[in-house]
Design a protein. Sequence first.
Length: 449
Amino acid sequence: MPITTRITLFTSAVAAVLSVLLAVSLMIAVDRFTAANLRAEVAAAGGRVALQVERGQIDFPLADRPHRNIQVVDAQGRIIATTPPLQGKPVMWRFVPDGRRAATSVVCGGAFPRGECDIVVAQRAHRQGGDWVVYSASPFVPPWRNIRLIAAVLGGAVLLVVIVTCLGRRTAAASLRPVTAIQTELDVINLTSPGQRVPVPPSRDEIQHLAESVNRTLERLETAMRQQRRFASDASHELRTPLAAMRAQVEDVLLAGESQEVVAVARSLLPSLDRLQAITTDLLALSRLDARAPADHRPIDLAELVDEELDLRGSAKDVVRRLDHGTEILGDRLQLSRLFGNLLDNAERHAATTVVVTVRAEPGDPGHPHGSAVAEVLDDGPGVPRDQREVVFQRFTRLDTARSRDVGGTGLGLPIAREIAKCHGGTLAIEDSPSGARFVLRLPLRTGE
């Protein structure tokens, strides 16, 4: 799960919890505020009646007051006066105030309609040498029974969660945007652009430190790659000169007609010198391919190129050509000639009698939407085990089968062929075949642009 999503979910959960707590706190505050205001109004209404009782100005019955119910109870507990809705009803409640202070309680049922709760305030009034009690009441609706209030509070809580979630997601995305930039830049850094570096954000935080650390690592890798390439190139160049000199000396010995022993030694040295020269040449080619040196890519008829390569070769094996001319690609002719030369060398070394070379065009696929030029080199030799089909493309690989480099080659021909295919945006792999080894090259077809 992306970090942005996780942060958003965590923010949403925290916002939801806080919104619930805020809603509950708001409901409690509204409850207390409403109850306090209503209590004050009820106490004021009862206070006016208590003053009338003390002055002897009380009316029998008491005048009706909207949403206010009042009872006057004498010292013996008898109801002396009441508002019309409470006519014939018992005393609201039996609690009495302490001294001159009013007493308050919430009363449900009793003298009030069923299911109704009222705030009742009791106040003393001195009358005829005794203490009378004036009870005043008003219906009280708790906030949690107010549908509109609940809807407003819940709507506000949901809106708050949505706003906090959006802000949290935007903040997380903005904070991680430099990480995305670093990832994007790392994805495009390859052997052709080792000098590229990831962007360093201006913020003084862990992401800036990460970008700086990545750039330092890339710099060390670039230095190591440069040293490796320089070593391979220098070693190849340095080896070519003494090897060429040694070969010339051996050939001079053979031409001079020295003793039979010297000639025999010279003749035994020549294959080893040829092999060493081939290895140094291949190493130099690999170092250039690793460096992704600029190549001269031009339109090429792949079938024509393969035809020419086969015409230049003399093979002891039967070579069957199945070439569809007009299969055009963009590529470097010298590199592609080397690629097919390596594939054909490999096939001829391992074929029993026949090598089949095929060139054709295939329709587009996700890898090559404009279509592919497909070249196959099939031999009827021992083949390559499925679990070693990638191993043969590794440098200096020795297989534990009949297909080993002991029968010739440098162990670099197939790795070079695959690198050339990669440089042309294609692939080279070993695919299934009834017998032998089937090397399949796929290159993007040339578009009409």
